[in-house]
Design a protein. Structure first.
Length: 323
């Protein structure tokens, strides 16, 4: 039995679930936001040392100890009943419910894709993943993570202003009802003039790396799927392909050197993952430079654009149940 944890409207989960069902797999899709209002959980530890964990989704009763695989896709946290109106009580109940569900998923003894939640959280931290990539021999851009304006200005001057900044962790946030996006961007004279603001929040600063193309490498188990993104043909994507312009950014398969492919698999394994979406730069002189890894990155867009069977590989991995 395979459990998929995600939220409503996840087309990636829908795609792979359809593949699993067509292959005859027993699949349960569950949104943790339905707990505890519409779903229930029981965890029983007996005197003989055994544990029994049961999830009732409202539609099906699932003995979690019988799972062969768990896909920790994009679950939302539990949602407190609207009957609880006091804000402090709601916050308390929310934390109690979250402690139950996170403890439940973390304790399951089955294959977890991409990885158990604590491992996934650690792998997503850019300072940590950059260091692990360096230890494996990846070439990295010269990088500074700082809140020191003087250190930032020294770095800027040393690279003659050819530097970019990016967020340390999240690239989207909401404030006062507005949503903001923060992507990799070149440092402007205006940014330099406001360097003192760095004291308030850390930032990643990197030397700009010239690009022939950008490369997205998706690792599933030990399978490697590489696609090249011709980001330099469009001003929208010149510094960060996530400003993806579908009408002007060609995408195709990429011939990844065997040494780099092996290094990508080793990085995913070193981070404790069985899935990872790695971003590289291919420089004009043919070097592959590591930027970052998203341990739970989207893949449907690259599957469709480059014709890579990533969803089928995830299906096979989940059906294998291999830890």
């Amino acid at each position: 039995m395979i459990l998929v944890l995600t939220s409503a409207g996840d087309d990636h989960a829908d795609h792979v679930t359809g593949l699993l069902t067509s292959a005859g797999a027993d699949v349960v899709v569950f949104d943790p936001a339905s707990y505890p209002v519409r779903a229930s959980v029981e965890i029983g530890l007996s005197g003989d040392g055994s544990t029994r964990r049961v999830l009732d989704t409202g539609e099906r009763r699932v003995v979690l100890d019988e799972l062969t695989s768990l896909w920790y896709r994009r679950p939302l946290p539990p949602a407190v009943s609207p009957a609880i109106r006091r804000e402090r009580v709601r916050a308390y109940v929310e934390q109690e419910c979250l402690a139950v569900t996170e403890g439940l998923w973390d304790g399951l003894d089955c294959l977890t894709v991409p990885a158990p939640r604590p491992v996934l959280d650690r792998a997503g931290r850019k300072p940590y993943q950059l260091e692990q990539a360096r230890l494996l021999g990846f070439e990295l851009p010269e990088t500074l993570i700082t809140t020191d304006p003087d250190g930032f200005l020294d770095f800027y001057d040393r690279h003659e202003g050819r530097v970019i900044t990016k967020p340390v962790h999240g690239n989207r946030f909401e404030a006062d009802g507005e949503r903001f996006g923060r992507f990799a961007a070149p440092v402007t004279p205006g940014d330099v003039a406001h360097a003192d603001a760095l004291r308030l929040c850390p930032v990643i600063v990197q030397a700009y790396v010239p690009k022939r193309v950008e490369v997205r490498v998706t690792v599933v188990g030990r399978q490697v799927f590489a696609a090249e993104i011709h980001s330099q043909v469009s001003n929208h994507t010149r510094y960060d392909w996530r400003h993806y312009d579908p009408g002007a950014t060609p995408i195709g398969t990429h011939e990844l050197p065997a040494e780099i492919a092996t290094r990508c698999v080793r990085l995913v394994e070193r981070l404790g993952l069985v899935y990872g979406a790695i971003d590289l730069i291919l420089t004009p002189d043919g070097r592959h430079v590591f930027l970052e890894i998203n341990p739970n990155g989207q893949f449907l867009w690259i599957e469709a654009a480059a014709g890579l069977p990533i969803g089928a590989a995830i299906r096979d991995l989940l059906m294998s149940g291999l830890t």
